[in-house]
Design a protein around this ligand. Structure first.
Ligand code: SF4
Ligand code: SF4
Length: 88
């Protein structure tokens, strides 16, 4: 690998390491099956007042483990990139 490609790769890795992901729901696609609520390891997927599953604000923040993303049968969940805090 040449030096510039290696540098590009290092920059890309550095950029990725500053990111985290948060699961968000495409509400119109959610069929309220409860799969994400059942399998989220942090227990931060809950039904809202319209019976759609959302990622709640919690002291445990969604790290984007992607369990819900992969298990949702309706492709109703997106992993949204967010900047990690306290990372320089
Ligand atoms: S990405 Fe992981 S931690 Fe975040 S809401 Fe989905 S299952 Fe839970
Ligand atoms: S797995 Fe998908 S369809 Fe089922 S409750 Fe969660 S977001 Fe809705």
């Amino acid at each position: 690998m040449d030096v510039s490609r290696s540098r590009d790769l290092q920059e890309a890795i550095k950029d990725i390491s500053k990111r985290s992901y948060k699961a968000i729901t495409i509400l119109e696609k959610c069929q309220s099956c409860g799969t994400c609520v059942k399998y989220c390891p942090l227990n931060i997927r809950k039904f809202n007042s319209e019976n759609k599953a959302i990622t709640i604000n919690s002291d445990k923040s969604c790290g984007g483990c992607s369990v819900c993303f992969h298990r949702c049968p309706n492709n109703a969940i997106l992993l949204n990139p967010i900047k990690k805090q306290h990372v320089k």
